[in-house]
Design a protein around this ligand. Structure first.
Ligand code: SME
Length: 153
């Protein structure tokens, strides 16, 4: 699989698939399915900001933890820092929350509302070590920009 080709398809298809004004849960469900169909990682899904914690949103993959406090784990840290986190080896990330023993590397990308507040994070876990690089970050940030634009209109 040429991952870049898959990412280009994801970006093009997400523009058509995600609908402005649709309920967030519907757009996020299709977004998780679109990513999974093309990339087939161990776990792909969303956590959504609710008060002072993240709650589990639509996802594809094994069952996962339902609540993550701000600043905790990779997801809570990406939310607090408002930046993408790429973790090459989850065992070396202090406070990593192990939802599945098969996850070895992880990327978490926040997405935002119009005021620049974090709405939630996209979390993708791989069963391979060091599976995410600059290109994954670049494409997934572009994907989350499209997602933000579609969700907040
Ligand atoms: N590993 C994440 C928790 C979510 S699961 O991977 C689906 C974290 O440390 O935030």
């Amino acid at each position: 699989m040429d991952r870049k080709i898959e990412y280009e398809l994801i970006l093009a298809e997400s523009e058509a698939l995600l609908e402005e004004g649709l309920e967030m849960v519907s757009n996020l469900s299709n977004a998780a399915a679109l990513l999974q169909q093309h990339l087939n990682f161990h776990w792909t899904g969303f956590y959504l900001v609710s008060g002072n914690e993240l709650v589990l949103g639509p996802f594809q993959g094994p069952v996962a933890c339902t609540k993550i406090a701000k600043g905790k784990g990779v997801c809570g840290s990406a939310w607090e820092l408002k930046k993408t986190l790429v973790v090459a080896d989850v065992h070396n990330f202090p406070g990593h929350i192990a939802c599945s023993p098969l996850s070895r590397s992880e990327i978490v990308v926040p997405f935002y509302n119009n005021s620049g507040e974090v709405l939630g994070v996209l979390d993708i876990d791989s069963h391979l070590l060091d599976d995410f690089g600059d290109s994954d970050q670049e494409y997934l940030e572009k994907f989350c920009e499209i997602l933000s634009r579609k969700l907040v209109k």
